[in-house]
Ligand binder design. Sequence first.
Ligand code: SER
Length: 549
Amino acid sequence: MTSEEIRRRFLDFFARRGHKIVPSASLVPSDPSVLLTTAGMQQFKPYYTDPAAAERELGSRNVASVQKCFRTSDLDAVGDESHLTFFEMLGNFSFGGYGKKEAIDYAHNFIVKELGLPINYVTVFAGGNGVDKDEESEKIWRGLGLTDIRTRGQDDNFWGPTGNEGPCGPTTEIYVRGMEIWNLVFNEYYCRPDGQLEKLPTPASPASPNRGEPAGRLGVDTGMGLERLAMVVQGTPTIFETDLFVPLLAKLPVALPLRARRIIADHVRGVINLVNDGVRPSNKGAGYILRRLLRRMMAYGREVKFADLLFNEALVVFTQENQQFARSLAAGLRQLEQFRHLDAAAAFRLYETYGLPFEVIREKFPELQAGEFAEKFKEHQAVSRAGLEKKFAGGLADHEPATIKLHTAHHLLLAALQVVLGKQVKQCGSNINQERLRLDFSFDRKLTDAEKKQTEDLVNEKIKEDLAVIHKEMPRSEAEKIGAEMEFGQKYGDIVSVYFVEDGQGKIFSKEFCAGPHVARTGELGHFKILKDEAVAAGIRRIKAALEN
Ligand code: SER
């Protein structure tokens, strides 16, 4: 059975049972609290609390779809037998139209009768967090002859909400060949932004005395990954031997390591679909995810002819990104060549400075441990989070290229002021947006025109020298010992993140405690210009400055 036939049989099955077939929504959801569509229920979220709207807008309380989905949470797992970033999800949904009994019956019927697959076992919610054990689902499964029914807790068998609030509830999962293939969610609750669960009214059951009253709001939301289902239906050892991947993998050089081939295949599908839904590479949000996919593809597939795999707009986007990234990638690979030994911390710096993916580094240093690298990554994330919360008042990093450049210029400016005015100059505050930077520093008089010009010239000189911006993590005591700049009045953790601007021969122009992000080389900054110099308080001056192209 081809994957196309599986899609068709799924939709037909539910259409025959009174479901309206709804097309896939975009990968970019209208809900601003979620970055990308991660589940079939995403486009139906409002209907769980307003079933009448489903009838008005969709013409039915019961619907089915094949939804394109993207999950960044699985990015690092891609390459094993069954994880993907981009996948398609088959799902049936009900907004007060039916309950657990029908949902479980349908799923059982489709798997066992329609597809002829044996169910290994199912799981039901064990209870917890103020929610009872799901006895009802267990009873329904027993009634269908299932004997292996396992109970699982909050982490495995409770769904949602997506975004910061929404419908949620216990789940029951179906396992075939030892693999979870179908997740049935019963949205009995609404999770408020403060995390409180509110019980939703359940539909009037035919046997209850409320018979005849309008159905309540219990929701059904089921999701089954097409790729995994194709794997069990087609009896392949991994998702990559299914018809969804074979033609794509056939175009990749056989000499590539298996994991690299799988990663490229996954990312190619992701890139095509993200670009198709209007995403373009950038340093934030969905654009940043697209950029990561593109760069990982380039790093893993240096011998791959991507023009054979991508087409139209996706190929244009790829080519542009490749032009930008090729230099940094080549520089990173040159750096890599210079190492005889490499520990996890150094590997992480290569990743962070040049974008070299871990596996590419490990090709040369097979002894590197993925776990240790992941540790460095986690440490860095913790440090970044702590630092960013301080740097950007809103607690959110601004990853726009213009802001990143100004951030590096900010470091150069502080170092230049210390050369021109003296080491007593200390940073007391900062603020950066896409247009300009603002630096507050300790100094007790107005700068002369000559001093301003000298400062400006020095920053521009350092930009011309195209110095490397290098990131290191170290114990705070060590960073203090080497005299890294820290902002007055700030508190820092035990492990700190420090950015160095240096010429490659060990001559350091600037070193600052900072969470980043920064450009890789100062040559990217353009022309630096001081816009304004003013007093903010006794002994504190403020400079506003910008970069011009
Ligand atoms: N929302 C659930 C999931 O994505 C079921 O569709 O697993």
